[in-house]
Design a protein around this ligand. Structure first.
Ligand code: TXA
Ligand code: MG
Length: 320
């Protein structure tokens, strides 16, 4: 990666940021809560790059940022209640978890292959200008390396991610300073993460809310429903395929499908969910899949985490 560009929040800087995003690059940008690390939410490669830049050990789902409710409707199903909450709090520091539209066209890496999606309409004028210039949805977790505090200034972003992302759009200090509140609207409304919109304000509109636990740990059993798990049995770290197995390869070697012939972990992450489904399809009812070893470093950790879940006995599968 080359030097990270610092862009000013003027039309030229915003146009350059949109251009980088259009080429599947990553741009950190200000929101009213914290700086987000943005990438095209429709692009497997861009989203894989987000996980790589942050060195996240797991493919937990990311928030999709859009400029307004109308844009959000292309990705999530809004019922009457979701419409009312959006009308009351957007734009602003509130994220809604809603059913994913079947025709959403988002990378499965954004939703961790769930059938729900977290969506937010940020109020920050620079975030708004960027979303409109880019003209598409942006996946954007906080712009810090995994496990470190969220950045509220462009300088904080550079401290953690300089050289790992294409650019940071400097919009000064973030006003709210904590992440958005996450409200689950899949069943009874549930507070999944406290944040910039207070519980009291939400309850004034919705009545008492269930506490959905810490959505920072979305892999807790039961917390995220309907995770895709292959129907075929899965054998990991397999040097070669046994007769009858569908072979999912990595690097050189004969394979039915290959996560990355050149052993590139970012490419493998981008292909992971698609190829797991395709391998399952090829294997058919009661079929078997063998998967090549993936190195346990960088994005390989997150890939292996996901593969271990795919290989776990069905009764032990957590929704995540
Ligand atoms: O303030 C914010 O929300 C910042 C700024 C940049 O907008 N963004 C942010 O994004 O915090 P991120 O991607 O780090 O937040 C992800 C959180 C995770 O804790 C995840 O569990 C939850 O959103 N989440 C995403 N999709 C979900 C889903 N389908 N169901 C439940 N939780 C979900
Ligand atoms: Mg964060």
């Amino acid at each position: 990666m080359n030097k990270t560009e610092t862009l000013t929040a003027l039309p030229e800087g915003i146009a350059r940021a949109a251009q980088i995003l259009g080429a599947q690059g990553l741009v950190a940008f200000p929101t009213e809560t914290v700086y987000g690390l943005g990438g095209d939410a429709r692009s497997d490669l861009a989203v894989a790059r987000i996980f790589d830049a942050k060195a996240r050990p797991r493919f937990n789902p990311l928030i999709v940022h859009v400029p307004d409710l109308d844009a959000a409707r292309a990705f999530a199903v809004f019922d009457v209640q979701a419409e009312a909450v959006a009308a009351a709090f957007w734009p602003g520091p509130l994220t809604l978890v809603l059913p994913l539209r079947v025709d959403a066209g988002l990378s499965p890496l954004v939703t961790a292959d769930l059938d729900s999606v977290a969506i937010r309409v940020p109020a920050h004028p620079v975030a708004q200008a960027l979303l409109r210039a880019f003209g598409g949805p942006l996946a954007a977790p906080s712009a810090n390396p995994s496990g470190r505090v969220s950045p509220t200034r462009a300088a904080h972003v550079l401290e953690g991610l300089s050289g790992r992302i294409a650019a940071v759009l400097d919009g000064g200090a973030c006003a709210v300073g904590v992440e958005s509140t996450i409200l689950g609207l899949l069943g009874a409304p549930a507070l999944l993460r406290p944040g910039g919109v207070s519980l009291e304000r939400l309850e004034a509109l919705l009545g008492p809310l269930a506490m959905g636990g810490n959505s920072g740990k979305p892999n807790a059993p039961g917390q995220l429903a309907s995770h895709y798990a292959p129907a075929a049995s899965v054998r990991l770290n397999a040097e070669t395929a046994n007769p009858g197995e569908v072979r999912l390869g990595f690097g050189a070697g004969v394979a039915d499908l290959n996560l990355s012939p050149s052993a590139d972990l970012i490419e493998a992450a981008a292909n992971l969910f698609h190829m797991l489904r395709e391998a399952d399809h090829l294997a058919g009812q009661g079929g078997r899949i063998s998967i090549a070893a993936i190195p346990e470093n960088g994005l390989g950790r997150a890939i292996n985490d996901r593969l271990r879940r795919a290989a776990a006995p069905r009764g032990l599968i957590h929704a995540g």
